[in-house]
Design a protein around this ligand. Structure first.
Ligand code: ZN
Length: 376
């Protein structure tokens, strides 16, 4: 089917779960159009009630939990919850294997700790993490499909174990990026139905030879565990009128966030525009590139679409950036990944090209790959 693009931003219909109105407008744009009509006061009231509920139901020293990578959204959430909402948060961070983690990422996490937060580090075994990444890449051409499950599972696991009733997430991804699954409100308890977690079942991994005892941190707690822990998941972004890329970046930099510099900040190398995003890992650029082969769009499409909505770019300016940078990824990152996973570059390209969707891509007159349905 031909790819169509949102009439207001650059969102393509090839995004899994994409939803468009009859007029050809994507779900995030539709949501954003109604942004001015939102009654933020009543949302704030609702959030205060949720916080009171959290304080009442806490069974230990912490009344809420926040998953942090140390990035801009982590900074914004942690400070907001502690200093504005006057809660006692435990921050949980799932560490990347040392070979994968950037120094910048470690420094940013240290920055949060230096600001006085309690941070509980979860470090899933590096050898299993690496094996899972390799498995996920060779099987689904996605580097993070399995390893990112730890980011989702560690928070509720820790919350239930520590008697913490309330778990804060940042933005509701359905409202930010589109997608028909999951809630469209501040309620995050349907997270297990999200695109990322649907089918997050570790049994196929065990059938593939992974040991159950090595997968504990990748196993999202069951609905029964959630009920037993009386755990409530809440999207903080839903209640804050200025929880967005621009504000969060500015806030975090003011608090000491280190951003990308030099060659690792060049969109021609990274395929991304924001130098304050994905600070703790460089393989993320490769995954966006692979996504582009499969679905015909990368990180820049998503970033410019958000910025069109807040009036930072016109659609024409955004399209130019998409054409120039979307799906770009330096060979340097790919070489590092191949060394990390102990695969040859030929193996990498064989798998990657195998996933290039021929309905989305064609070879042009110069013998180069190009999108069949370019945005215009
Ligand atoms: Zn749109």
């Amino acid at each position: 089917m031909p790819v169509v693009y949102c009439k207001k931003c650059c969102e393509p219909s090839s995004r899994p779960d994409a939803q468009f109105t009859k007029e050809g407008v994507c779900l995030p744009c539709t949501y954003f159009e109604k942004f001015g009509e939102i009654d933020w006061e009543s949302r704030q009231k609702e959030l205060k009630e949720i916080c009171d509920w959290g304080r009442e139901h806490a069974k230990g020293p912490y009344d809420c939990i926040i998953g942090v990578s140390g990035g801009k959204d982590s900074h914004r959430q942690a400070f907001y919850v502690r200093d504005e909402l006057k809660m006692r948060p435990l921050l949980v961070s799932v560490a990347y294997p040392p070979e994968q983690q950037t120094e910048r990422g470690a420094a940013n996490l240290a920055n949060l700790i230096n600001h006085g937060f309690d941070v509980h580090m979860v470090g899933p075994g590096p050898l299993t993490s690496k094996a899972l990444m390799k498995h996920s890449f060779t099987k689904d051409c996605n580097l993070f499909k399995i390893t990112e499950l730890a980011l989702y599972a560690a928070m509720p696991r820790e919350a239930i174990a520590q008697g913490i009733p309330l778990m804060f997430l940042g933005e509701n991804p359905a409202l930010q990026y589109g997608g028909v699954n999951g809630s469209l409100s501040g309620d995050g308890n349907q997270q297990r139905k999200s695109h990322t977690l649907a089918g997050a079942d570790i049994n196929p991994l065990i059938e593939s030879g992974f040991k159950r005892q090595n997968l504990f941190w990748y196993d999202y707690p069951s609905e029964e565990d959630f009920e037993r822990g009386n755990l409530r998941i809440v999207y903080l972004g839903f209640y804050m009128h200025d929880f967005n890329e621009i504000m969060n970046t500015e806030f975090a930099i003011n608090k000491g966030l280190q951003v990308r510099e030099g060659i690792d900040a060049d969109p021609a190398e990274t395929g991304a525009l924001n130098v304050a995003e994905a600070l703790d890992d460089e393989f993320v650029h490769i995954n966006q590139f692979l996504k582009c082969l499969k679905f015909g769009f990368g990180k820049v499409t998503q970033q410019v679409s958000s910025r069109i909505r807040v009036g930072q770019y016109t659609r024409d300016e955004a399209i130019e950036l998409v054409r120039k940078y979307d799906g770009k990824c330096s060979d340097r990152y790919i070489k590092t990944l191949c060394r990390y996973l102990s695969i040859s570059e030929d193996e990498f390209w064989e798998i990657a090209e195998d996933y290039r969707d021929p309905d989305l891509w064609q070879v042009n007159n110069h013998g180069e790959w190009e999108l069949r349905y370019k945005i215009s």
